[in-house]
Design a protein around this ligand. Structure first.
Ligand code: UDP
Length: 540
């Protein structure tokens, strides 16, 4: 076996003594199993039992100490997919004294990140579920550095994209199947278990139909830093200014299924429409590094819906993604790539095109179920599917109508595609110099004050004034506005105002001898909202 553990030498005797005396120590972050990552000293794994083991001693630490709630349903998610019941992590407990009766432990000296890959056969899953979360989980803990060891516990073999996982650290990742080569009892000197979900943007439809995650926490900035890291590891230089002369369109084709039947015609039409060269790539024909080299300088990426479109994250700012959907598949319902390209700061355009002509579609009812075959279904169900012009929303992952439709081949109707492009593209796509896009939010407005006066028994004035936020003097902001909310005390509605200056006198709807609550905040460029200053109590 090529997996060599002892690059870092450890004193075996001292390690064994530490384990026997101190047992296992665990300290986690996260309130729930879905947002938890745990750090362990001396977490062990029995390759016979295929279980992780926590050794109790007087000095062991278990935080959180959940008692039996540790099994409701688990301590944490071992993959980045939220609360998936095949991806749970837990451990067995033993007293450290039991070590005397067990095989001698083999110590893993590296700092280890232990996780499940979710679906290493599929490029979208590889990037979204594994590579990005691993990259940023490593970013969260300083000892998960270049030298860290990744351990994949999902039980799959390397898979077609293993080379990509290798780029994340200098050490060969270990698979579950490798672990038994080291012995019966393995003890990880220092390890982290679980993955940050901070970078994921899509949920695959296990409990509700698939769609963007409810609370997306990642922006294009972090995605692009990751893709630059990966491209550099692949010896691809990205982000270079491309000469106008060199601009081109990439058609990412699939050669096994979900084919574009008139690819040559499509290529000609695109070349003519944009007056650009068109090149094709496919996972079957080019190395990943070559594909990234091509995509990282492209103006437009055109492809059938499918995992290969995750390579959009290597496109230069300003480029466009054109995603083609087979007949009866509603693009709105399958939006992992639209969501990716639309993340703030990705600076990509996105256009979906959908085949609406059934005669331009080739179906494969006789294929295996997982390639979209429906011959195994009842006759009536087959007929219903064949008659339907749109797959209804459904849960993941084995809906036969969905698989049938998504694995159709498509003759792309050129006129309707060009029409979609003319409508959907807001500007000519092409690599743009990274503009220092304004992402800085205003600070609080300072020294908010109010002054009031009573004019008559039914007439009053309320003057509100404030100073600019502290950070504004260091910024060039195109448009600075202020928002003021005025609420009469005890009422549950308020009046919002957008104002251009630092003071304003309100007289409409202001009553004498009344207390108003007033909130003020600053807004840059219409969308960048600052925090409200402390509420003002203003009595007329
Ligand atoms: N794939 C490919 N060419 C093909 C069919 C599939 O490169 O003709 C790749 C695809 O990009 C993905 C994997 O094989 O990484 C699995 O494809 P599948 O159709 O199962 O998933 P999907 O692309 O719909 O997510």
């Amino acid at each position: 076996q090529s997996q060599e553990l002892s690059q870092v030498r450890i004193d075996y005797h001292a390690a064994l003594q530490a384990l026997q005396q101190h047992g296992t120590r665990m300290v986690c972050t996260g309130k729930m199993h879905t947002d938890r990552v745990c750090r362990f000293d001396y977490l062990c794994y029995s390759t016979e039992a295929e279980e992780f083991i926590f050794f109790h001693s007087n000095a062991s630490v278990m935080l959180p100490n959940l008692g039996p709630r540790r099994f409701q349903p688990a301590l944490l998610d071992l993959s980045s997919v939220e609360d998936h019941n095949t991806q749970y992590f837990n451990f067995l407990e033993l007293p450290a004294a039991a070590l005397k009766f067990m095989s001698k432990p083999v110590f893993v000296p590296d700092v280890t990140l232990i996780l499940n890959r979710f679906n290493p056969d599929n490029l979208m899953h590889v990037f979204h579920d594994d590579l990005l979360p691993i990259f940023y989980t490593m970013g969260q803990y300083s000892d998960l550095d270049e030298e860290a060891r990744l351990v994949f516990m999902e039980g799959w073999s390397e898979g077609p994209h293993f080379q990509l996982y290798r780029l994340l650290s200098s050490k060969q990742p270990l698979l579950k199947e490798h672990l038994r080569n080291f012995g019966k009892l393995l003890c990880f000197t220092k390890s982290y278990v679980g993955l940050s979900k901070m970078t994921t943007w899509y949920q695959y439809g296990f409990v509700q139909p698939q769609g963007p995650k409810a609370n997306i926490l990642v922006s294009g900035n972090e995605i692009r830093q990751f893709s630059v890291f990966l491209a550099e590891k692949l010896n691809v230089t990205v982000g270079e200014q491309v000469e106008k002369m060199d601009e081109y369109i990439v058609v990412f084709s699939r050669s096994v299924n979900r084919l574009i039947l008139n690819e040559a015609e499509l290529i000609l039409a695109l070349a003519q429409e944009f007056q650009l060269k068109v090149v094709t790539v496919s996972l079957e024909e080019q190395s990943f590094a070559d594909i990234i080299r091509v995509i990282s300088r492209a103006s437009i990426l055109v492809s059938m819906h499918g995992a290969q479109l995750v390579t959009s994250l290597f496109l230069p700012r300003g480029a466009a993604v054109v995603e083609l959907f087979p007949y009866a598949v509603n693009p709105e319902h399958y939006a992992p790539y639209k969501t990716l390209t639309s993340l703030p700061g990705m600076d990509l355009q996105y256009v979906a095109w959908r085949n609406t002509k059934e005669e331009n579609s080739v179906t494969f009812p006789e294929r295996a179920w997982d390639q979209g075959g429906i011959a195994h279904l009842e006759k009536e169900e087959q007929e219903r599917i064949l008659k339907s012009s749109e797959v209804p929303r459904h849960l993941c992952c084995r809906n036969p109508e969905w698989l049938f439709r998504i694995y159709q081949d498509t003759k792309v109707d050129i006129a309707s595609l060009l029409e979609a492009l003319r409508q959907g593209l807001t500007s000519r796509p092409g690599p743009k110099r990274a503009r220092p896009s304004s992402i800085v939010h205003p600070g609080r407005v300072r020294e908010p004050k109010c002054q009031t006066s009573v004019q008559a028994t039914n007439e009053a004035k309320l003057t509100v004034s404030w100073q600019i936020p502290w950070n504004l003097k260091y910024l060039k902001v195109r448009e600075v506005k202020y928002e003021v909310w005025i609420q009469e005390q005890g009422e549950n509605t308020y009046m919002p105002y957008i104002l251009p200056h630092q003071n304003y006198t309100f007289s409409e709807n202001i009553k004498p001898f009344t207390t108003y609550l007033v909130w003020v905040r600053c807004i840059f460029n219409k969308t960048l909202l600052g925090p409200f200053a402390d509420v003002l109590m203003c009595r007329t």
